[in-house]
Design a binder for this molecule. Structure first.
Ligand SMILES: [Ca+2]
Ligand SMILES: [Ca+2]
Length: 83
């Protein structure tokens, strides 16, 4: 996803690029792209670097991986969905 979304090739994804990527994928704009980026944009430059994106994904995974074994089991995935 990341290679495709970084349209200007600088390795970062801006809100506009994320909107464009989502728009081409499902035909509608995701209004919360800017908010999502803001949450993960730890250095505050308004763009999401691969590192920031990875950190966000890791944090999400840690939250779901309740027994901390580094894998999302079906039970953990289900528990997250049910929450
Ligand atoms: Ca950033
Ligand atoms: Ca686990």
């Amino acid at each position: 996803m990341f290679e495709k979304a970084g349209a200007d090739g600088d390795g970062s994804v801006t809100a506009a690029e994320m909107d464009a990527a989502h728009a081409s994928k499902d035909g509608k704009r995701d209004k919360s792209s800017a908010e999502k980026i803001q949450k993960l944009d730890t250095d505050g430059d308004g763009a999401l670097s691969a590192t920031e994106h990875a950190a966000g994904a890791r944090e999400k995974m840690t939250k779901v991986d309740t027994d901390g074994d580094g894998n999302i089991s079906q039970a953990e995935f289900q528990a997250k969905k049910d929450r």
